[in-house]
Design a protein around this ligand. Sequence first.
Ligand code: AMP
Length: 282
Amino acid sequence: MVRVVHTIAELHKILSPLWRKGDPVGFVPTMGALHDGHVSLMKQAKADGNALVVASVFVNPLQFGSGEDYDEYPRDLNGDVKVARDAHADVVFAPSVAEMYPRGFLTYVDQDKLTDKLCGAHRPGHFRGVLTVVLKLFNVVRPAHAYFGQKDYQQAVVIQRMATDLNLDVKLHVMPIIREPDGLAMSSRNVYLGSKHRQEALVLHQALSRANELVAAGERNARKLAGEIRKIIGQSKSAKVDYISVVHPETLEDLNDISGKSVIAVAARFGKTRLIDNVIVE
Ligand code: AMP
C-alpha cells in the first residue's frame, strides 16, 4: 500500500512518529513520469532497511529556464503512484507549486564553481532551483538516507557539496544509470523523442561506451577521447552537442589527462529534446 499526500502537514502526520523514535526515513526526490531508473532508487531505499520510503513527485518550476520544457514536462500522477506502489515505496509526496513556494517566497540556495560547469553552463539558474527544492524537501522529509541517480552526475555532486557545506544530517546514495535494452539512458524526457530521434539518440551511449573502451585500452588523452566521442555523436544528423567533457569526479574541473577516476559527460539536443549521459572511468 502506498499513501499519496499533497501537503506538508499530511506528510508530517505520517513522519513525526518515525522522527520521534529515530527510525530512518529513506527519500527519493523525483519530478515524476517515473521509469525504471526511479524504481531502482526506491528499491534501494527499501533494501537499505529504511523504516519508511518517501518518493516525492514535483515538477520544480524553479529549475527550468525560460524557453525550457516546464509546461510540456510529462505529468502522470496516477501512473506514478502505481509505479511507486510496485516499487514498494510507502508514501508519494506530490505537493502543488503553491505548497512548495507560497506567496512571499524569497530564499534560494546558491553554490559557487560546481554549478558553473557542464549543464550549469548551459542552463543558467538550473542548479539554484535544484538546490533550493532539494534543501526544502530535505527539511520537509528529514530523511536519514536520500537516493539519487548517477544519470544526473553533476546534480549528485552539487547536492553532496550542499549537504557537506550546510551540515545536513542525511547520507546520500548515488545509484547506477538504468538503461533501455538498447543502451539509451532512461529519462522522463525520452517520451518527447519521435522514432527518428529515439534511434539517433543511441549515439550518446555508443560514444561513451567507445570512450570507456579506449580508456581501458590505455588512452589517457582527454582531447582525443572527446574527439572520438564527437565523431560518433556526429553520426546522428540531428544531434547538436552542448558539451563533451572529461572532468574530475568531485571538482568537475576539465582534465587534460585521465590519471585516476574521471567522468566523461555529454549533453546533446535531438530536435527539442535535450539528453545527458555519462560514464565513470578509472
Ligand atoms: P528526475 O525525475 O529526472 O528529476 O530524476 C529523479 C532522480 O532519478 C534523480 O536522482 C535522477 O538522477 C534519477 N534518475 C533519472 N534517470 C535515471 C536513470 N536512468 N537511472 C538511474 N537514476 C535515474
